[in-house]
Write a protein that binds this ligand. Structure first.
Ligand SMILES: [Zn+2]
Length: 279
């Protein structure tokens, strides 16, 4: 029986087209869509169990990270749920080398893509690269899992992120649940159809454990480049030891190991947020 890690985001849920639907402060649409998110996660767990997974850890990875409705999830001792924020490793909290594989559900396109709600961790990030690769959240997170020997087996979300992720990780199963028409417009599967596809994909993904590979950007040294949305964000990030200012809206960080780079990126997004509060 296999052990599985799931990082679940929300923007890539079938039917989601607007920030309002994924904003916990929204009282009208968010309650509907957090339930649809939860049911997609449940479909992934059900499919994984059919494919041989037993112990599953789900990390709620969106916004306040308190989106999942606990009582809509499978009710057994082999499922653990990580909830709340901030968490040291954010979207990858709880990842350990003991897992046989990882699922990314509800994922979305990276900052700058012509796609729905495209961003990378923060609206303060215009573009983030590791070495020469422009990164999505999926790729940044996959590399953390990869550095612990854990391969990504499944990615669900919008077609842009699914296609891009599968080019980097061709061993994974991809389940696109919607296509982008614009930043806030989609053509989507219905929730039931999306859940059916996710469940089938999850079952198939568990069969990929033998051939799946941990993702890596390559051997060190690794170089993180963050292009920020504003000059003020770079002003804050450059204060952190290890970061060099390389442009009005750009900072760079060098690392000998990927987990240090990942942590530097998370710290940068958190300190950059301080610039959004006027002095
Ligand atoms: Zn999110």
């Amino acid at each position: 029986m296999s052990s599985l890690y799931i990082s679940c985001d929300m923007e890539g849920t079938a039917g989601v087209s607007s920030w309002k639907q994924v904003d916990p402060d929204d009282r009208h649409e968010y309650p509907i869509f957090r339930r649809l998110m939860t049911l997609e996660v449940r479909a992934a767990i059900d499919g994984a169990r059919e494919g041989g997974a037993r112990r599953v850890l789900v990390n709620d990875s969106h916004w306040s990270m308190r989106n999942l409705l606990f009582d809509e999830l499978p009710d057994d001792d082999d499922l653990r749920v990580v909830s709340g924020a901030p968490k040291p490793w954010s979207m990858m909290q709880g990842l350990e080398s003991r897992f046989d594989g990882a699922f990314f559900t509800g994922y979305h396109a990276k900052a700058g893509d012509t796609a729905t709600l495209s961003h990378t961790y923060s609206e303060d990030v215009y573009r983030v690269s590791v070495n020469s690769t422009v990164c999505s959240e999926a790729l940044l997170n996959a590399a953390l899992a990869g550095s612990y020997g854990v391969p990504v087996l499944l990615i669900t979300g919008d077609r842009t992120i699914v296609d891009e992720s599968m080019r980097a990780m061709p061993w994974a199963v991809g389940v696109p649940v919607k296509d982008a028409i614009g930043f806030s417009a989609i053509e989507s599967l219905t929730p039931h159809a999306a859940r059916d596809a996710i469940r089938v994909g999850a079952r198939e993904a568990m069969g990929r454990i033998g051939q799946a590979r941990p993702f890596s950007f390559g051997p060190p040294p690794l170089e993180l480049t963050i292009e920020t949305a504003g000059v003020e964000h770079a002003d804050f990030i450059e204060l952190m030891p290890g970061f060099a200012r390389i442009g009005a809206r750009a900072v760079r960080f060098a690392a000998d190991a990927y987990p240090a780079l990942f942590e530097a990126f998370l710290a940068a997004t958190r300190i950059a947020a301080a610039a959004d509060t006027p002095a």
